[in-house]
Design a protein around this ligand. Structure first.
Ligand SMILES: [Cu+2]
Length: 79
């Protein structure tokens, strides 16, 4: 997230059920990122790159968003 814009623009990332997933989030503003469905959240901000790591053990389509600014970062498809 740079100047309130998501880069690259929000898209879909497809993974297989059971894959290990690692998402690195870089943001120039403090906020909270939340992956719906898996209910994982982390503080993000300029101080450091934040990493979400988990096993994709639930199938479906899940949105990763920021809470304060309400931006969609990406959609995760697990199938
Ligand atoms: Cu949320």
């Amino acid at each position: 997230v740079l100047d309130g814009q998501v880069q690259p623009p929000p898209d879909r990332v497809n993974v297989d059920l059971g894959d290990r997933v690692r998402i690195v989030i870089v943001s120039d503003e403090n906020d909270e990122a939340h992956l719906h469905g898996y209910d994982l959240s982390t503080d993000i901000g300029p101080a450091q790159d934040e990493v979400l790591q988990f096993t994709a053990d639930q199938p479906g389509l899940f949105e990763l968003e920021t809470h304060d600014s309400g931006l969609l970062l990406t959609q995760l498809v697990v199938e």
